[in-house]
Every structure is written in C-alpha cells, then in structure tokens.
Design a protein around this ligand. Structure first.
Ligand code: FAD
Ligand code: N01
Length: 534
C-alpha cells in the first residue's frame, strides 16, 4: 500500500527573516504552507548567534521589514546598531503579530527534497522521518547558517569548554577568571573579543588574517530622529531598494586618484567619523575596482590602527595587508583595537606560528603550547551554499544539487536552478544577498517569488524552471561583474576560500541591488523570460 503523506502548496525551509516573510506572503494568497526550522525558535541568524557583542552593522531602522507600514511605525528601536537580543525580540514580535508560528515546525531539520517528475511535486523529508509533499519548495536556509569549526586536529581531546560563535549557548557563558583562547578575527571575533577580554582572566587571540574595521559609533536612538525617519519611511525605503548596497547613501563622483592626499584624508576621516560600513568604501568611485585607489583607503585605515594600538609590533600585526580594503567584509569596531592595549590580552599571528593541534589542555602552535580553560571559535560559515548542499536536493532525473554545484554554484538570478523546477532559493548565489543590507534583498526575493507563484496559479502553469541558456548567461554575467572588481583577489568566504576543497568562485552578484531588482522585474514583466513554464 502506498504511504499517504500530507500535502501542502508550499514547503519553506528555515524560519529566519526570509522564511517568516515568505510564509506571510504565501499565506496571504491563500496557500497552505509548512515551514521547517532546525532551531527550537524562530529568528535564524539572530536565534543562533548569541555570542557577547553580537549585533547588526546595518542601522536598525534600515535593517527591518518594510512590508507593513503599521509594523514599521509601531516598532521602536533603541540603538543605532541593534543587539542580537533586540533583533530577536523584533522577529518574535513579527511572528506573533502576523500569527506566523502556527505553520512553523521547530526543532526539525530537513534532510532531503526530491522532485517527482510524474506529479510535478516535491517530497520533503525531515531527519525525524516525517515526509510531506508540496508543489513549491522554497529554501530560506540562510547564507551564513552552516557554521564551520577549523580543521585543527584534536578538538575531541580538549578537556575545557569550547564554543562556536554561530551556536552560542542560550544561557550565555561566564568567562570570569578563565584563560580563554579565541580563534578567528572576522566580524564575529571582532565583536566578541572586547567583551570576552573584559571578563576573562587572560585572553589569547589567534589571528590568521587581520581585518579592516571602522568605528561603529553606536549610540542610543534619539526619539526625534526616529520619528523623523518614520515620517519619511516610504521614500527612504524606496531609495534603499534602488541603491547599490541596500542602504541609501550619496554616490561618489570622483576617483580617489583625481584628488590630492590631503583631500582624500578629509574624505576618509569624514567616512571614519560616520560610523558606517560603506562610507569609506563609497568615498570614491574606484575604491573597489582599482588597486592604487584602494591602497589609499587601506592605508588610511592601517594608520588609524597604528594610532589606536600602543605596542607597535601588535599594531603592525593587526594591520590588514593581504587583501584590498572591502574585498573581505569590513567590520565595525566597538573597542576591538583598543582591547589589544589591555594587559590581559595577547595576539598570536598564526601565519607566523601556525596552529598545529588542539591538546587536552589548550592549543599548540609551531612555536609553543598555550593552556586554556575555554576555547571560542569565531571561524565563520560554509557561506552561501553550505546550507543548500547539506540537504539532499534532487531535481529532474534524480540529479543532486550538490553534484550540479561541484564546480561552483550555478543559478539563474540566484533564484532558480535549471533542472530543479519550482525550487526557489532566497538570497541564493548569484544574487546581491550578502553584499547588501540583507533585509532589502530578502524582501525583494520573497516578493518576487510570491508574485511568480501567483502568476503560475492564475495562468494554470504547474511548473517553472530556469533554462540552461539563461542560467549560463547569468552565471557568466555574475563572474564578469565580479572580475571587474578587486573582490576575486581576496581569500574570502565570498570566494569559498574559507572551506577546504570548495571551488573558488565569486558567489554573490556585485551589480547592485537596484540594477538587480530591475533585471528581476524585467524578467517577470516578460512572462518570466529565461524560465520554462509548463
Ligand atoms: P537565516 O537567518 O540564516 O535563517 C535560516 C534558517 O534556516 C536558520 O534558522 C536555520 O536553522 C534554518 N535551516 C537551515 N537549514 C535547514 C534545514 N536543512 N532544515 C531546517 N532548517 C534549516 N546581514 C545584514 O544585512 N546586516 C548585518 O548587520 C548582518 N549581521 C549579521 C551578523 C551575524 C552574526 C551573522 C551570522 C549574519 C549577519 N547578517 C547580516 C546576515 C544575516 O544572515 C541576514 O541578514 C539574515 O538574518 C538572513 O536571514 P535568513 O532568514 O535568510 O537566513
Ligand atoms: O566569520 P569569518 P564571521 N585557523 O569567516 C578565521 C556576517 N557577520 O563569523 O580570514 C585560524 O568572517 C578566519 O581567518 P581567515 C558577516 O557577513 C556579521 O566572523 O580565513 N583562523 C577569520 O579570521 C561576516 O563576514 C556581523 O584567514 C581561522 C575568522 O576565522 C560573516 O557573517 C557579525 C581558521 C572567520 O571569519 C562571517 O563572519 C558577525 C583556522 N583554521 C558575522 N579558520 C556583523 O557585525 C577560520 N579562521 C554584522
């Protein structure tokens, strides 16, 4: 007898900002939707990353949903850059306000999604053995949700406690009186190190690549400023949608090399004082495309580090010099560099003395052994593709997504994949996603997918699928756009360089949020050009 499985119009995998809004949109069309979430709460990134100092580096009033004017007006943010608990409270509020929780199944990891060509439906199976069927399968699995511990042998022998920033214990961690080692100096390390240093008896930071960071200039939000922006929200949001990075800022008009050093320094200083991720990057037109122009910004930031860090040798070790400014995601700094002036903090450059082994009592480099009570891995994620390839996704002819992407991800607009009908990826590779204020990119993808589903249903189509030709052309365009910039020169997670064996491909689309949106809208307006409808 054939097994009877529950049927839905759509299954959504993931209940972060993407999955929750996707559910809201599809439910609004009257569709039956099941959302699966591995965590035991909603919120995605903001549910998992509870390390000390975790906060957003896009301003709170920009990093929020724009789809509901009422929500936008009623929610009060307290800081320029919101903390993880505040963002999580916001997402939980959204889940309650729009009654989303009843369709979300928590603590349930999706293991496989298999397309059945006979009935044109997806069968989605969970680790617990539950199976459901749906016409549409939407991956809202996140670009930075598959955490990565370093491939240093011996972790299982360590007798102290160890943590990854991306899976922080909900009850928090008290480092008081402990000898702590932190591995990793990306955004998560730069945010957590100052707070861990305040608690720990001694902190040793193991750095492989120094990173560029600008001061966050965080502050409480002034109610008058908040009210002012709320009064202008519609125009402001529209400007964000049409901008390059999903944040409305004036665009530069001059090359960094057209002006003299004094003028450049004034511009960079103004950017530095703003406390923003993009100000220095967008001071001149050519920062991200011309190495000589980029060097001027990079040296400005390095000089700031040399001013902030008292010990010249430590300051030099903290100066990034192996990648152009902006080609690894820059960070915002709240006391990070100043932390290295503390007597209880040491920096170890693991390029000079590589990490060799985790021992029962600590870490060993090529130089010596360090004793620790606790280790913190701020070592990042298998970004953009990790969450997708760890699900057994099989399209037409049983072809596995993981095999299709063995040489690097291939997707049309970062939204659909040839050979995988009715499968959508929110902020997938080949879309601006991680190069933008993700809220803007998430809303754009969710709305595009929702309108596409409505179109298919109205016109009586049962499937939509990217064509190989359109996909090939888009993948080429994404690479060409990347190659016009300095991004591919860095060993970044944008390039897959942080995961051993991952193909070296620039995964996000650098063409800009506004340009990309226009392209997606044009595709839809032309009856989903580049997709085959059946
Ligand atoms: P996520 O929030 O990652 O949610 C995906 C969910 O899918 C997760 O809850 C995961 O458990 C679930 N999932 C994955 N696979 C499965 C499976 N097989 N089965 C079931 N569930 C599954 N972006 C910005 O624009 N600005 C910022 O300042 C910023 N700060 C960040 C700070 C940190 C620490 C991190 C890690 C990321 C940050 N980001 C930032 C990026 C952030 O990921 C996005 O802004 C956004 O939260 C992504 O939402 P999402 O719903 O697409 O994905
Ligand atoms: O991870 P990362 P992250 N030995 O990959 C090092 C978002 N985010 O969690 O650069 C020694 O950036 C690694 O060294 P290297 C944001 O998009 C935002 O910090 O590979 N070191 C690097 O220093 C961000 O970009 C915020 O040489 C090892 C670090 O670990 C993304 O998430 C906050 C190592 C990993 O840095 C990821 O950030 C947090 C090894 N074996 C996250 N393996 C905001 O503020 C890795 N490293 C908004």
């Amino acid at each position: 007898m054939q097994e009877r499985i529950e049927e839905f119009d759509a299954v959504v995998v993931g209940a972060g900002l993407s999955g929750l809004y996707m559910l809201h949109e599809l439910r609004g069309q009257g569709l039956s939707v099941r959302v699966y979430e591995a965590g035991d709460g909603v919120g995605g990134t903001w549910f998992w990353n509870r390390y000390p100092g975790a906060r957003c580096d896009v301003e709170s009033m920009e990093y929020s949903y724009s789809f509901s004017p009422e929500l936008e007006q009623e929610w009060e943010w307290t800081e320029k850059y919101p903390t993880q608990p505040e963002i999580l409270r916001y997402i939980e509020h959204v889940a309650d306000r729009f009654d989303l929780r009843r369709d979300v199944v928590l603590q349930t990891r999706v293991e496989s999604a298999v397309f059945d060509e006979e009935n044109g439906r997806w069968t989605v199976a969970t680790e617990g053995g539950e199976r459901v069927s749906a016409q549409f399968c939407i991956m809202a699995t996140g670009c930075l949700s598959t955490s990565k511990t370093p491939e240093i042998p011996g972790l299982e022998t360590f007798q102290g406690r160890w943590y990854h920033t991306g899976h922080w214990p909900h009850e928090g961690v008290d480092f008081t009186g402990l000898r702590v080692g932190v591995v990793g100096t990306g955004s998560s390390g730069i945010q957590s190190i100052p707070l861990i240093a305040e608690q720990a008896e001694h902190l040793t930071v193991f750095q492989r690549t120094p990173n560029f960071a600008m001061p966050a200039g965080n502050r409480p939000l002034d109610p008058a400023q908040q009210a002012d922006l709320k009064a202008r929200y519609p125009e402001h949001r529209q400007a964000a949608r049409e901008s390059g990075f999903g944040i409305p800022v004036p665009l530069p008009t001059q090359s960094a090399l057209e002006v003299d050093a004094a003028e450049r320094d004034r511009a960079y200083q103004a950017g530095w004082d703003k406390g923003s991720l993009v100000s220095i990057l967008l001071s001149y037109t050519d920062t991200i495309v011309d190495k000589a122009a980029n060097d001027t910004a990079a040296e400005f930031v390095r000089n700031k580090i040399r001013e902030m860090v008292h010990d010249p040798e430590t300051a030099e070790a903290l100066c990034p010099n192996d990648h152009p400014f902006g080609t690894k995601r820059p960070c915002l700094d709240t006391n990070y560099f100043a932390t290295f002036n503390r007597p209880n903090v040491d920096l170890v450059d693991v390029r000079r003395t590589p990490l060799q082994e985790i021992t029962p009592t600590g870490l060993r480099t090529s130089d010596r052994e360090y004793a620790f009570d606790a280790l913190v891995f701020a070592t990042g994620f298998d970004a953009m593709t990790g969450a997708l390839t760890s699900i057994d996704i099989r399209g037409r002819d049983g072809v596995r997504l993981k095999e299709r992407w063995a040489e690097g991800p291939r997707a049309y607009l970062g939204l659909g994949v040839a050979g995988f009908p009715n499968l959508f990826t929110i902020t997938g590779p080949g879309s601006p996603s991680v190069l933008s204020n993700m809220m803007v990119s998430i809303e754009q993808h969710v709305e595009w997918i929702s309108e596409c589903v409505a179109f298919l249903r109205e016109r009586g189509h049962s499937t939509i699928e990217a064509t190989e030709d359109a996909q090939d052309a888009w993948v080429q365009h994404v690479q060409d756009a990347g190659n016009m910039t300095l991004y591919p020169t860095a060993n970044s997670w944008y390039m897959g360089a942080n995961v051993e064996g991952k193909p070296r491909v620039f995964m996000p689309y650098i063409g800009g949020v506004g340009v990309y949106r226009q392209k997606c809208d044009d595709v839809a307006a032309k009856g989903y050009e580049g997709f085959a409808l059946a």
